[in-house]
Design a protein around this ligand. Structure first.
Ligand SMILES: [Zn+2]
Length: 222
């Protein structure tokens, strides 16, 4: 490990921790109550706390390769991301779930490449985004669109979790699709009605759930 990173541990203890010591003690005494589950990519350039200016106790974070959501399927295997989603919804009662894709995502690029034979887990895992792939050459614009399409796909898969779907339907949980443009420092948000990703600050006020449109859960409740 680079010595610089180890040095920063002591910087945290000596400078950052004292500023937030009271907050940390409260979070230990009363437990954590984050409002938001953030599902993001493991990419080192995606820094959720920096992006949203969050401190301790504000975000419950799941990061994996490609910010992917597995299907609700407890039949086999180890489901770390699925367990985290369940914990956030059932134990922490988060009110919002953000699936945040990003530009230049290596997971999306990998869908257009041959993976090494020994990358068995990666090959299987990335299938969770396969449906988002466009049959075009993997250029910059096309990859941005695939990244966004994958975010929509993961949001749809979130709704296969019964505890997510029930809370979305009764209006106590809201889903959000984001696309973080690393090189611009800005976030685009899925406008569920148009299907387009628009600058987050320009998003319309969240509409009240309309029971008449319940067939289109994403369009109604996001
Ligand atoms: Zn990524």
């Amino acid at each position: 490990m680079p010595r610089e990173l180890v040095f920063r541990l002591s910087r945290f203890r000596d400078h950052y921790f004292p500023r937030f010591e009271q907050k940390y003690r409260e979070l230990v005494a009363r437990g954590q109550h984050p409002s938001t589950l953030f599902i993001g990519c493991s990419d080192s350039r995606v820094v959720p706390h920096l992006l949203m200016g969050c401190g301790p106790g504000e975000l419950f974070i799941v990061r994996n390769v490609g910010n992917l959501v597995p299907p609700y399927d407890a039949s086999h295997g180890y489901h770390g991301s699925a367990a985290a989603i369940e914990f956030a919804v059932l134990n922490l009662a988060v009110t919002d779930i953000v699936v945040c894709g990003h530009s230049h995502c290596g997971a999306i690029q990998a869908l257009y490449q041959d993976l090494p034979a020994e990358a068995r887990h990666m090959r299987k895992w990335l299938e969770l985004a396969r449906e988002a792939v466009l049959p075009v050459r993997a250029s910059g614009d096309a990859l941005r669109r695939v990244e966004q399409r994958s975010v929509v796909l993961q949001l749809e898969r979130l709704l296969t979790f019964p505890m997510v779907r029930a809370r979305v339907e009764d209006g106590t949980l809201f889903l959000h699709g984001w696309h973080y443009i690393i090189e611009d420092g800005r976030v685009l948000e899925l406008d569920a009605r148009s299907g387009a990703f628009v600058p987050l600050e320009a998003s319309p006020v969240k509409p009240a759930p309309d029971p008449d449109e319940s067939a289109d859960l994403l369009g109604t409740y996001l």
